[in-house]
Design a protein around this ligand. Structure first.
Ligand code: CAA
Ligand code: FAD
Length: 379
């Protein structure tokens, strides 16, 4: 067992760290305040190859491993989780889904511009009445011969208005339950497809979250992903990797808040010495550092298993469950260590605390991760 990153992984980690400091940090408070999507920054992330990191070079990707991807997610999330969720969705849900299960035609037409960062993708599973209970899809896709007719509403879609390519899960045959679900590629601009207003959120406020409405949208047959009835498995397999990305996001949020708290505790004086020298604060820092390190091990192990071609269902869910809890615990303590300053925006930790919460909700809530973990260990 080697706990050592390669030269290439260290270089990529440093590049992401520099990008976060130089490109994401300026303006992050304003973007959060005004719910502004980090458009320029996302464009640059694409130019750096961070939007198609694990896609093979043949399809315009960077051909890197999953461990490099989580290193990048961690570094970006230390500063701006609204930007890192774009990276996560594009890489691990959209590009991964298309490269693993798409046809040659779909890879040429849709994957290439997504991996190059020329276009952004969205993954559309959740609905007003189907979140955790993902098999109860109400969106329908009626087989009309050469095309499907798509009708329904998707909720909470990340990159909802900025995406050009949407992977949409829909029910084609209700009688077959989850075996009658399919995944489709829908393009922005297809007739009958509209984007709802932006959600006003607690955290990741720069990320654009929207509902999507489909009203008799004609989706060509060649845009169905995989065999008929493969859609639910497609969603589950894709989410397995997505959960590693969100676990890395949670890890980064925690690490970012911890770094700020450590620095602050060494500078801020109370009762004649830096607060870090008061044991109550020092012990908080010790707990935070230990939790973060444990989360990091789970996240890196899940990515490593993926890179080895081994099953990562259990490891990915464990990493997400634990890292998201650590993100909540550590960010709350980071605010506490900052005292009153932690409660105002300039010090960043209150935003990290608000951003942390979403990591316990999306890509499967913590309760759903426990369902996956318990099923894996009991069966
Ligand atoms: N891989 C392959 N197949 C899988 C699978 C997996 N990981 N998990 C389940 N399946 C298959 C099962 O084998 C079964 O198929 P068969 O009948 O052919 O065997 C079928 O799927 C149904 O499985 P279950 O009976 O286990 O289904 P369930 O109704 O109990 O639900 C669940 C399982 C894990 C709870 C699932 O519904 C789930 O993951 N829910 C959470 C949804 C979610 O994570 N949404 C995230 C949306 S995307 C997002 O959030 C993005 C973002 O924010 C940025
Ligand atoms: P529900 O499923 O209604 O759950 C409510 C509560 O009940 C939760 O605490 C849940 O854990 C609990 N619960 C439900 N079932 C069980 C059970 N069997 N046992 C124990 N507890 C249970 N979805 C997408 O498809 N694409 C996206 O890009 C996307 N981005 C998102 C971005 C944001 C900002 C948000 C808020 C959500 C996003 N989602 C996205 C949706 C997200 O995945 C869902 O919100 C999530 O899966 C939970 O579904 P729900 O909101 O319907 O909650």
């Amino acid at each position: 067992m080697r706990f050592q990153l390669s030269e290439e992984q260290l270089m990529i980690q440093q590049a992401a760290r520099d990008f976060a400091q130089n490109e994401l940090k300026p303006g992050v408070i304003e973007r959060d305040e005004h719910q502004k999507f980090p458009a320029e920054q996302v464009k640059k992330l694409g130019e750096l190859g961070f939007l198609g990191m694990m896609v093979s070079e043949k399809y315009n990707g960077s051909g890197l491993d999953a461990l490099s991807y989580v290193l990048v997610m961690e570094e970006l999330s230390k500063i701006d989780a609204s930007a890192s969720v774009v990276v996560s969705v594009n890489n691990s849900l959209v590009c991964y889904g298309l490269e693993s299960y798409g046809s040659d035609y779909q890879k040429e037409k849709y994957l290439k511009p997504l991996a190059a960062g020329e276009k952004i993708g969205a993954f559309c599973l959740s609905e007003p009445e189907a979140g955790s209970d993902a098999t109860s899809q109400q969106t329908t896709a009626e087989d009309k011969g050469d095309h499907y007719l798509l009708n329904g509403t998707k909720n909470w879609i990340t990159n909802g208005s900025t995406a050009s390519t949407y992977l949409v899960i829909a029910q084609t045959d209700k009688s077959l339950k989850h075996k009658g679900i399919n995944a489709f590629i829908v393009e922005k601009g297809m007739e009958g497809f509209t984007v709802g207003p932006k959600e006003n959120k607690l955290g990741i406020r720069g990320s654009d979250t929207h509902s999507l409405m489909f009203n008799d949208v004609k989706v060509p047959k060649e845009n169905r992903i995989g065999e008929d009835g493969f859609g639910f498995k497609f969603a589950m397999k894709t989410l397995e990797g997505g959960r590693i990305g969100i676990a890395a996001q949670a890890l980064g949020i925690a690490a970012g808040a911890y770094e700020l708290a450590l620095q602050y505790a060494q500078q801020r004086k109370a009762f004649g010495k830096p607060i870090a020298e008061h044991q109550a604060i020092a012990f908080k820092l010790a707990d935070m550092a230990t939790q973060i390190e444990a989360a990091r091990m789970l996240v890196y192990k899940a990515a490593w298993l993926k890179d080895q071609g081994e099953s990562y269902t259990l490891a990915g869910s464990m990493a997400k469950l634990y890292a998201s809890k650590v993100a909540m615990d550590v960010t709350v303590e980071a605010v506490q260590i900052h005292g009153g300053y932690g409660f105002v925006k300039e010090y960043h930790v209150e935003r990290l605390m608000r951003d942390a919460k979403i990591t316990q909700i999306y890509e499967g809530t913590s309760e759903i991760q426990k369902m996956v973990i318990s099923r894996e260990i009991i069966r």
